[in-house]
Design a protein around this ligand. Structure first.
Ligand code: SF4
Length: 221
């Protein structure tokens, strides 16, 4: 079976396994998702979701955030790490969006990546989850599990993205990123791959090569 066929079958199984996949960042608008994406760098989504309600209560609009005192933003987001850089990035993004984009979050990857604190990963998150386009978010789960599955051998996120785009059905780029996060949190954990319980085992380059004799579901492989 070639990679494309394997990818198609893997996606079918993942749809059955995780039927309601979506981003785990809480957001009611493109702007809120963008801020959540900036805050999520080196921080868990759970923690970000606890912080953002306070931040958006203090600064309800993009214009409010552009006018905010950066020290106040720092105080609110302090718990999510590298908060000085993140506060600067959030305020800077708000300024650019109000001044250059008519207070609308831009919708192209290029324009998104011109915002401070926004790299390719966040830009793709925005394209897929805020604007309904197809884009693979290559985070640590996606990179690691895509390699284990044998979909790529690359380490560089942009190269991984390119290889995945070449083998995944074009309408599943966004879902793939979500699936990898859910799978990485439940079955294919970084420190404990539960290959025995994994519904992808037969299709997985790593899992299909393991000798699982004597292993049970829940054992790390
Ligand atoms: S078979 Fe094992 S390595 Fe492959 S995806 Fe499943 S848990 Fe991960």
């Amino acid at each position: 079976m070639d990679k494309k066929q394997r990818a198609k079958q893997i996606i079918e199984i993942l749809h059955e396994t995780y039927p309601d996949v979506e981003t785990t960042l809480d957001a009611t608008s493109a702007w809120e998702l963008l801020v959540g994406g900036i805050l999520a760098s080196q921080c868990t989504d759970e923690r970000v979701n606890k912080i953002t309600p306070h931040l958006f209560a203090a600064y309800p609009t993009i214009a409010d955030m552009a006018e905010a005192d950066v020290a106040d933003i720092e105080n609110i987001i302090r718990a999510c790490g590298i908060y000085r850089n993140k506060a600067k990035a959030i305020k800077g993004s708000a300024e650019i969006i109000t001044e250059e984009h008519g207070s609308q979050v831009p919708r192209t990857r290029e324009q998104l990546m011109e915002l401070p604190g926004v790299g390719r990963k966040i830009a793709n998150l925005m394209l897929g989850d805020a604007f309904g386009e197809q884009a693979v978010v290559v985070d640590t789960h996606c990179a690691r599990i895509s390699r284990l599955l044998g979909m790529t051998a690359e380490k560089d996120p942009a190269k991984i993205e390119g290889e995945l785009e070449a083998v995944l059905p074009p309408d599943s780029y966004t879902d793939w990123g979500h699936f990898m996060v859910f799978h990485g949190r439940t079955i294919c954990k970084a420190r404990c791959r539960d290959c025995v319980a994994c519904p992808l085992r037969q299709l997985c380059a790593y899992g299909s090569q393991q000798n699982l004799e004597g292993k049970e579901a829940g054992d790390c492989v």
